[in-house]
Design a protein around this ligand. Structure first.
Ligand code: FAD
Length: 335
């Protein structure tokens, strides 16, 4: 039974801990209910909520917030080496990773402890410790909002990029991801341990997927603020990617500038370094702040409003633009 609630606070539903309200709220547990809700509301304002860990809510919402709670994880095909697993959109991402580790299926271990839902994971092609989701996605199953038809996107149609996908850009709001099919590896696994801290930890060793996941969990717990204690949405900004001529100019002025060249001749610059260099680490305006150890993470020290955090983020963007002539894009969805 669908239970519509009126005038609901979204405080418990977003990791930034912002207290705004939605005019209506409904939780859906299955595809049939999702279709019923969409059939009644697709011509009115509505939006989908997963774990609320990648959004900054800046004002009350005059529409319907639909929390996707579709559950289930199922093996749909396997060979001796590989397995195809379908996970429903409302499954918690980290729970799904733990499930894979229990079955000894490899591929998602570097993505352990990322908050949020399975259904939102492809939206920004979640990534951490040298692995991005696109490496393991086989297909995204969706519901087209306008027609209520099921539409499947094979991986090569998802336009995955760095914290990007077709669902965050060209087709934003057109499709709701209802489940994701992952192609995972059975043992023996090939683990990814090239990334900084993992490389230092494992060196030439050949860790199991469980050991990699545990290492990732330990590193994340020691470095990243837990939204249970301090509101945040992880990295607030994307790392900018700049062309070679701009990079050369910058490097001349800032010889310490860290950089990662990519295969297409562009350079990825750590946004955290830019923000830190400007002295923003630990900076605070009321309850809106920059984390004291992670310059890329904006935090809510208590009762900050979404617009206060947004104002701070714009101040940082302007300062970065002025000093480095780099336009910082937000990774978090501003709503
Ligand atoms: C402490 C912390 C650490 C983090 N670390 C990382 C990290 O290492 N790497 C990384 O990539 N991200 C990271 N994130 C960001 C976040 O966890 C991911 O982006 C995650 O995938 C968001 O999932 P969610 O369910 O919470 O999405 P939500 O915040 O609920 O939604 C995000 C957007 O997707 C839309 N959406 C949600 N579900 C669906 C769906 N099923 N179909 C269509 N649209 C949908 C929403 O409308 C919204 O626009 C971190 C966040 C926090 C708080």
């Amino acid at each position: 039974m669908l239970h519509y609630q009126e005038n609901v606070s979204l405080l418990p539903y977003n990791s930034f801990g912002i207290d705004v309200r939605t005019r209506q709220f409904v939780e859906v547990q299955n595809l049939a209910d999702l279709k019923t809700v969409l059939a009644a509301h697709r011509h009115h304002a509505f939006r989908v909520l997963g774990g609320g860990s990648n959004m900054l809510l800046t004002k009350d919402y005059e529409g319907l917030t639909v929390q996707l709670n579709l559950k289930g994880i199922e093996v749909i095909q396997e060979t001796e080496q590989e397995v195809w697993v379908e996970a429903q959109a409302g499954e918690n991402w980290h729970f799904f990773v733990l499930w894979c580790l229990e079955q000894n299926y490899g591929g998602v271990e570097n993505l352990a402890l990322i908050p949020g839902s399975v259904g939102a994971a492809p939206i920004q092609n979640i990534g951490a410790y040298g692995v991005e989701l696109e490496a393991v996605v086989q297909q995204c199953n969706t519901l087209e909002v306008a027609t209520l038809e099921a539409v499947t996107f094979q991986r090569d149609k998802c336009a995955f990029g760095y914290r990007e996908s077709i669902f965050k850009n060209q087709e934003k709001g057109t499709f709701i991801i209802t489940s994701v099919v992952f192609k995972l590896q059975k043992a023996p696994h090939q683990t990814h341990k090239e990334y900084g801290a993992l490389k230092t930890l494992f060196g030439d060793k050949n860790p199991s997927i469980q050991e990699v996941a545990q290492a990732v969990i330990n590193i994340r717990q020691s470095k990243l603020p837990d939204p249970k204690y301090i509101g945040n949405s992880g990295s607030f900004f994307k790392n900018p990617i700049i062309a070679e001529d701009q990079f050369k100019r910058l490097q001349k002025n800032f010889p310490q500038l860290p950089f990662y060249p990519n295969a297409t001749g562009y350079y990825k610059i750590p946004a955290a370094w830019l923000i830190d260099t400007l002295g923003f680490k630990g900076y605070r305006e009321g309850d809106a702040g920059v984390h004291e150890n992670q310059a890329l993470v904006l935090v809510n020290h208590g009762k900050a409003s979404g617009s206060e955090i947004l104002t701070l983020s714009k101040k940082i963007q302007n300062a970065v633009q002025e000093k480095f002539e780099i336009s910082l894009e937000t990774e978090v969805n501003i709503l």
